[in-house]
Write a protein that binds this ligand. Structure first.
Ligand code: ZN
Ligand code: ZN
Length: 370
């Protein structure tokens, strides 16, 4: 894994000159993991313009750090940011002095650095907005393979939970069953708290599972996913408990067609808002535009929501990824939510590829009548 992480640090170092930074202090735990392979709740890594790096972590993780990151310098200190700044000749911190010191202008992760560390840096350090996130956007095939496994676990958990989808079972019971199946199939954790929304609750896109029992005549929306070795799957299916009524089937067919249109538009070279429009235009054309209240999708990887975001708006910052690129995992998840009545959402995790999108969540999108 060492060569992989070294290559990632090189990609990050290449971004520094454009931000007039000579180094970057990376403090976001997921980004530290991405750049070094060390999973911890307290670590930071300083990456210099020449792609050399120093990692700091505390005594709980120092053994793991020394074995996982044997190609970079490691400092043991509880105040990880302070130790790295001190080592680089910055102010404050109780860490080691000297060493490879003198990195010049040390940039920060604007979204992630603590105020205490920011104050210690003094002056006006270069603020790098989502620099590591930008490097993370395009995945390598090893990452995509982990995501594929996360999605396989998710598909199989869905299949396993189907017999439990009966009148009388509560939303909460279904959510816990999904999480139990995913764990049994090898997930290290749920990618996020499962959403199970039945009947009128289906009109709430982020409904938290309740004690409401499923009833005949409900549409039930389940949005869930497995996390596998750090990578997050994300899938939504809506099923019918008993024979669906006319409006339910009509709504399902519309959302399914919109989802297919979004997937069809998921071509490399396309701008995110154009993909959103491909799905949204169908829903708006059918008169339900005001009930599709969120963006069409989002990138996935080490975090459940990553750039790029598929939404009607052009992004304020494009992170150098203004158009979809090869090997970018992303979700397509249109939904229509009718207050007081219910809703439908259908979501897949896919990978944008030059040859056309690769579908990772492979559960059927036929309306299942249970
Ligand atoms: Zn989802
Ligand atoms: Zn999603």
């Amino acid at each position: 894994m060492t060569a992989l992480h070294a290559r990632r640090r090189e990609n990050l170092a290449a971004l520094l000159p454009a931000h007039e930074a000579d180094a970057i202090l990376v403090t976001h735990a997921v980004n530290v993991y991405y750049l070094t392979g060390l999973a911890s709740s307290n670590a930071a890594v300083l990456v210099r313009g020449d792609a050399t790096a120093t990692l700091a972590t505390d005594s709980r993780y120092i053994g793991a750090a020394r074995s996982v990151c044997d190609d970079i310098e490691v400092i043991e200190e509880r105040d990880v940011a302070g130790a790295l700044l001190a080592a680089e000749g910055g102010t404050g911190g109780s860490g080691r002095t000297g060493g490879s010191g003198g990195s010049g202008r040390i940039g920060i992760e604007a979204e992630h650095l603590s105020v205490a560390a920011y104050v210690r840096l003094g002056g006006d350090p270069p603020r790098l907005s989502e620099a590591v996130e930008s490097v993370r956007t395009v995945k390598d095939e090893d990452e995509i393979a982990l995501l594929r496994t996360a999605c396989e676990i998710t598909d199989r958990a869905f299949e396993a939970v189907l017999p439990a989808l009966r009148p009388g079972a509560t939303e909460r019971e279904i959510a816990r069953a999904l999480e139990r199946h995913m764990a049994g199939l090898g997930a290290e954790a749920p990618a996020f708290e499962a959403i199970v929304a039945s009947g009128p609750n289906g009109a709430i896109p982020h409904h938290a599972p309740s004690d409401r029992p499923l009833e005949r005549g409900d549409l039930v929306t389940m949005d869930f996913g497995a996390r596998y070795r750090g990578y997050h799957a994300d899938m939504t299916r809506t099923v019918a408990i008993g024979e669906p009524s006319g409006w339910q089937r009509e709504l399902y067919d519309l959302v399914r067609a919109a989802q297919a249109a979004g997937v069809e538009a998921l071509r490399t070279g396309t701008a995110p808002h154009e993909v959103d429009a491909a799905a949204r235009d169908l829903i708006t054309g059918a008169g339900y535009g005001e009930f599709f209240t969120h963006g069409l999708g989002h990138g996935v990887g080490l975090e459940i929501h990553e750039v790029p975001f598929l939404s009607p708006r052009k992004p304020e910052r494009d992170h150098g990824h203004a158009r979809l690129e090869d090997r970018v995992p992303i979700t397509v998840e249109p939904g229509v939510y009718l207050p007081g009545r219910g809703g439908v959402r259908i979501e897949d995790t896919l990978v944008a590829r030059d040859g056309g999108p690769e579908l990772l969540t492979r559960t059927t999108k036929e309306l299942l009548v249970l």
